[in-house]
Design a protein around this ligand. Structure first.
Ligand SMILES: C[S@@+](CC[C@H](N)C(=O)[O-])C[C@H]1O[C@@H](n2cnc3c(N)ncnc32)[C@H](O)[C@@H]1O
Ligand SMILES: COc1cc(O)c2c(=O)c(O)c(-c3ccc(O)c(O)c3)oc2c1
Length: 359
């Protein structure tokens, strides 16, 4: 008798279901093999070599014994499948599988981003910190904790980061890399006049000031304040037009023409989101604006790969902060709940959009 699950499936359906279940079950192997590539130093070895490498040359540069060739070839094969490495076939296509003259390996653009200066590439040294929050995610759906991170650590994410210097420094260094990368693209788009005409701006939750420094370099007449928690800005030195201010955005935001919120609002639930925006509204002049840099989910401008990346970050927000990424309708509702009258999505750069909000 057919298993009750199979009764409506044709043989080809069953075989397709088998393939799908194997892919879903072993999806984690993509992460494991990427981590293995990082651990071995494959991308950096290829970058250092300066041109495509044969497998043997790559292995000797990594001090991997030739006896491991048959296995190492299979690791690089899956990295090519994921698009992390590119294999340039040897012009003689009759070479055997695993034959060293099979071809030359180079880094795909993805690798260059992750390895050269991309954010979050040093997860290695935060393995336990990062993965402990993800373990046994199902437990969180059966408790009342504000986030899985809280279940794992008994602390909120920002509280833990302010108490754990090593993880805090690692996090803020990665956020700075993320900001440097994003601002390079935004500057490349001539900032789209987002900061034009402003004489003062507060970067709320501006971290170690990467965004503010990029703005003040481009607009030297603008006065910028970076508002962040005391442990973050305590030892940071400002400049003639850049000041670091320790404070709490839930209490008060310094007055300015405009307020910038990059990767802030997706950290907070709806009630906290509205509270932050109400404080922003109190801080800006009547002719001022709030500039938001964050993700707009279900954005028709984005392809399926970008949508999947947004879903991953949405899971990250849920697990680490108990917060969420929002679609346009969700953003709009909270803008109006906070007392703003209009907004404009200025442009979308990769996964994130630049939104202007008017009092
Ligand atoms: C995800 S980081 C974004 C940093 C920066 N905007 C960027 O995009 O690189 C969130 C920032 O909010 C800051 N933050 C958290 N709670 C805050 C509060 N109550 N008041 C001010 N800043 C806060 C954190 O210290 C952190 O720097
Ligand atoms: C502690 O370990 C990790 C490891 C990670 O890989 C990430 C990560 O990738 C990430 O985007 C973020 C993140 C958190 C809040 C934000 O507002 C934001 O824009 C990004 O945090 C992380 C924390």
């Amino acid at each position: 008798m057919a298993d009750h699950n199979d009764q409506n499936l044709t043989p080809s359906d069953l075989l397709l279901a088998e393939t799908q279940s194997w892919n879903q079950l072993y999806f984690f192997i993509e992460h494991v093999t990427l981590k293995c590539a990082l651990q071995l130093g494959i991308p950096n070895a290829i970058t250092k070599h300066g041109k495509p490498m044969t497998l043997s040359k790559l292995m000797s540069s990594l001090s991997i014994s030739p006896s491991k060739y048959p296995y190492f070839h299979r690791l690089t094969r899956i990295l090519v499948r994921y698009g992390l490495l590119i294999l340039q076939k040897h012009e003689d296509n009759n070479v055997d599988d695993g034959d060293d003259s099979k071809g030359y390996y180079s880094l795909a653009p993805t690798d260059r981003y992750i390895m050269k200066d991309g954010p979050w590439n040093s997860m290695e040294d935060q393995d336990s910190f990062f993965f402990k929050a993800w373990n046994c995610l199902g437990d969180w759906f059966r408790n009342e904790d504000p986030s899985k991170f809280y279940t794992a650590y008994g602390d909120l994410f920002w509280t833990k980061l302010s108490r754990d210097t090593s993880s805090g420094n690692w996090f803020h260094a990665n956020m700075a890399r993320d900001s440097r990368s994003f601002m390079n693209v935004l500057i490349g788009n001539e900032f789209k006049d987002v900061f034009k005409g402003l004489t003062s701006l507060v970067d709320v939750g501006g971290g170690t000031g990467t965004v503010a420094m990029a703005i003040t370099k481009k607009f030297p007449d603008m006065k910028c304040i970076v508002l962040d928690l005391p442990p973050i800005v305590a030892n940071l030195q400002g400049s003639e037009n850049l000041e670091f201010v320790a404070g709490d955005m839930f209490q008060k935001i310094p007055a300015a023409n405009a307020v910038l919120l990059k990767s802030i609002l997706h950290d907070w639930n709806d009630e906290e989101f509205v509270k932050i925006l109400k404080n922003c509204k109190d801080a800006i002049t009547r002719s001022g604006k709030v500039i938001i840099i964050d993700m707009v989910m279900e954005n028709p401008e984005l392809d399926d790969e970008a949508f999947q990346a947004q879903l991953f970050i949405d899971m990250l927000m849920m697990v680490f902060l108990g917060s969420k990424e929002r679609n346009k309708k969700e953003w709009e509702k909270l803008f109006f709940d906070a007392g703003f009258t209009s907004y404009k999505i200025i442009l979308t750069l990769g996964l994130r959009s630049v939104i202007e909000l008017y009092p």
